[in-house]
Design a protein around this ligand. Sequence first.
Ligand code: GTP
Ligand code: MG
Length: 267
Amino acid sequence: MDSTQVLREHGFDLDLAGEAQLNDMKQLREEFTRFMMLYKFGIDEVTTKLSILQEEFSLVHDYNPIEHLTSRLKTPESIIHKVKRKQCNPSFDSIRASVMDIAGVRITCSFVSDTYRVFDMLTGQQDIRVVEVKDYIKNPKPNGYKSLHAILEVPVFMSTGVVPVMVEVQIRTVAMDFWASLEHKIYYKYNKDVPANLVGELRAAADTANQLDLTMERLHDEVKKFEQSSVVVPTTTRATERPKLSDRTLRDLNEARQSFFQHSDSE
Ligand code: GTP
Ligand code: MG
C-alpha cells in the first residue's frame, strides 16, 4: 500500500495536487536512499580492501601497519550544512560533485612511515582513482593538525552497472589522532572560537605529539635493524636427517626471539 492509500484509509481526502506532492516526496525519499546507499557501499569497498591488507600483514608478515580502522557516513543534516556553506546547487548531481567527504574512512597507524606505506598500498590498487591528496603530515595546518588526506574514487558494482563513488580517506598516527580528537572537542566546546591561550597550548601539544612520533619511529627503526642483524640462518639439513643439536638450539632460539618481538609489537 502506498502513502496516498494510507492517508485515504485514515479519512484524508487528497486532491490531485496533494497526491502529486506526496508522490514527489516519495520519489525524493527513494532518490535520497539510493544516493546514501552508494556512499555506504563505497565505504564497504575501501574497508574491505584495508581489512584484507590488515589480515594479510598479520598472517604473512609478523607486523601490521594498520592499528585501527573507523568509518562514518555523513548525516543528512551535516550534508545540508555543507551544501549551504559551499553554496552549491541542492541537486544530487552537484552535491555528489562538490561534497566529497560524504563517505569517510580513517586509518590509524603506529608510525609515520606506515601512514605513507598504507597510502601507497591502497592507492596502488588498479581500481582506485586518486582524485585529490592533501598531505598535512608534510605540511601541517597552522593549528598543528597533521594527517594524510585523500579523496579516492572506488567502483561500486550495482545490478545496473558500475558506479564510481568518492570516499575521503584520512591516514594518521595514533599520536596525531589523539591530538585531533581533543582539538575537535575543544573547537566545538568553544563554538569554533577557542581562547588564544588554549590555541597556544594545543599548538605546543601538537609539537609534543610530533616529537613522540619521531622518537617512536627511531626506536622502531632500531628494533628493525637489530632484528635483521640478529637473524640466525641454521645450516640446511636433508628432510630425513635429524638436525644436529646445535642447529636445533639455534632454531629454537630464533623462534623464541621472533615470538618475543611479535608479542611486544602487539602490546
Ligand atoms: P571541506 O570542504 O570541509 O572538506 O574542506 P577541506 O577539504 O579544506 O577540508 P580538509 O581536507 O582540510 O579537512 C577535512 C577533514 O579533516 C575535516 O572534516 C576533519 O575531519 C579533518 N580536519 C581538518 N582540519 C582539522 C583540524 O584543524 N582539526 C581537526 N581536529 N580535524 C581537522
Ligand atoms: Mg575535504
